[in-house]
Design a protein. Structure first.
Length: 53
């Protein structure tokens, strides 16, 4: 379930990031890219912790 959520999250934020870069709002694009990276990291680490327990 987490991998599906992670994939959807990255696709959605990736599209929004591309939109921000496309309309010339570089700061928002960078912020969304950082958000996507941190959210992916948090979801992956949570998934790994749940598998250990």
């Amino acid at each position: 379930m987490t991998e599906t959520l992670l994939t959807r999250l990255l696709l959605t934020i990736g599209l929004l990031t591309g939109l921000m870069f496309g309309i010339g709002n570089t700061a928002a694009g960078i912020a969304l890219a950082v958000l996507a990276g941190s959210a992916a990291w948090l979801l992956r680490s949570q998934n790994l912790l749940q598998q250990r327990s």
